[in-house]
Design a protein around this ligand. Structure first.
Ligand SMILES: [Zn+2]
Length: 383
């Protein structure tokens, strides 16, 4: 399923190729997030035009709305949302532990109340795999226990043990035809727990491995450490996925640490506030300095928004509340993350990733929010 093509000489960055029944994905890859069965504000044609090869769907949200009956009648998630390329579905573990109000964690899963209307629901390894089988995703994720980064060592250990037991149960569940399943490594920022969990999950032989328990509000340095503590225990010849990360500058650093796959809600989430990502950091399109700027969001950017519209026009659209404004910032931001991965792949191929990484870090100015949070909290948050 995964072919490792090249490893960078200056770092752990890797060039790979992931083959699924719905298409081949070059890695490192960014996967736009379609939490509710839609990458917010973008349609499938736009996503494909900007080079998207795989998107994310969300078990927890789709299970609650529109519900499995509708998805079953539609013939699965791909048909329901009219997306012909690969889909990765998360298992719902992250959402159960972050959104829902948990009533009871039991051995077979979690009893919780929907964040929407308080309905009592149950999700465990068996249910999560069954839902993902029905959704028909190309890559399914195991159901895991994602503890908060403020969890005590005892709580993180309990989460790791539960994650390992649940992974073994997920491994035994029936799958959709051609569906790959990825294991998830938990363990917070504890090196020994990460190692123990990684070794146990790898021994279960999944098609790929994810680093979970990141993007849960932890400091950036802790997030990097969680990845560094996990990667050495993952097999070379299988894909590695860091869940829910990160800013462009963080993605470059995570690639350098040997991660192949990423998903993050940031490009579309910040777009809805009128914030655009550029290679030099984020800018507010609504800011006064864009009032008469007839240039694009980013000079040289080949996205549809930058090829067609000026900052001044987009600022105007945002100010008067026209939907096109936030759609176009979403187009630019999503393209920017996809293109970053293309650039990274080209530099790994050319043997120039080390220089690219150094220049990127030097040019990218983190937002005030990120700077303020540096050492305190990392930005991010999975969808
Ligand atoms: Zn653009």
């Amino acid at each position: 399923m995964f072919e490792l093509l090249t490893t960078d000489g200056s770092s752990k960055a890797r060039l790979g190729r992931l083959t699924t029944s719905r298409g081949v994905i070059d890695t490192p890859v960014f996967m736009p997030v379609g939490t509710q069965g839609s990458v917010k504000a973008l349609d499938p044609r736009e996503l494909q035009e900007m080079g998207t090869r795989i998107i994310l769907g969300n078990t927890y949200h789709l299970h609650i709305r529109p519900g499995l009956d509708i998805l079953r009648q539609a013939g699965g998630l791909h048909r329901f949302i009219n997306w012909p390329l690969p889909i990765l579905t998360d298992s719902g573990g992250f959402q159960v532990f972050s959104l829902a109000s948990i009533r009871k964690i039991k051995e077979p899963g979690v009893e919780f109340r929907s964040h929407l209307d308080g309905t009592l629901l149950f999700l465990g390894p068996k249910e999560a795999m069954e839902i993902q089988r029905l959704l028909g995703s190309d890559i399914a994720m195991v159901f895991d226990d994602c503890p908060p980064h403020t969890g005590t060592p005892a709580e993180v250990r309990a989460a790791v043990e539960r994650t390992m037991r649940w992974a073994a149960e997920c491994r035994e569940q029936p799958r959709a035809e051609g569906q790959a399943v990825f294991g998830i490594v938990q363990g917070g920022s504890h090196a020994e727990l990460r190692e123990e969990c990684a070794k146990a999950i790898v021994a279960m032989q999944f098609e790929g491995y994810a680093i979970g328990g990141v993007s849960v509000g932890e400091p950036e340095a802790e997030m990097m450490k969680a990845v560094e503590h996990t990667v050495p225990f993952l097999p070379e010849n299988q894909p590695r996925y860091a869940m829910g990360l990160g800013t462009p500058a963080q993605l470059v650093e995570l690639v350098a640490r040997g991660v192949d796959m990423f998903d993050c809600v940031l490009p579309t989430r910040v777009a809805r506030n009128g914030t655009a990502f550029t290679a030099k950091g984020t800018i507010s399109i609504k800011a006064g300095f864009n009032k008469a700027d007839l240039g694009p969001i980013e000079e040289g950017c080949q996205c549809f928004a930058c090829r067609n519209f000026s900052r001044a026009y987009l600022r105007h659209l945002l100010n008067v509340g026209e939907i096109l404004g936030l759609r176009m910032v979403s187009v630019h931001n999503s393209y920017m993350f996809i293109k970053l991965m293309e650039d990274i792949r080209a530099h790994i191929t050319a043997g120039t990733f080390g220089d690219f990484r150094r220049d990127y870090a030097a040019n990218y100015v983190p937002s005030e929010k990120v700077l303020a949070a540096r050492g305190e909290t990392a930005v991010g948050g999975a969808g």
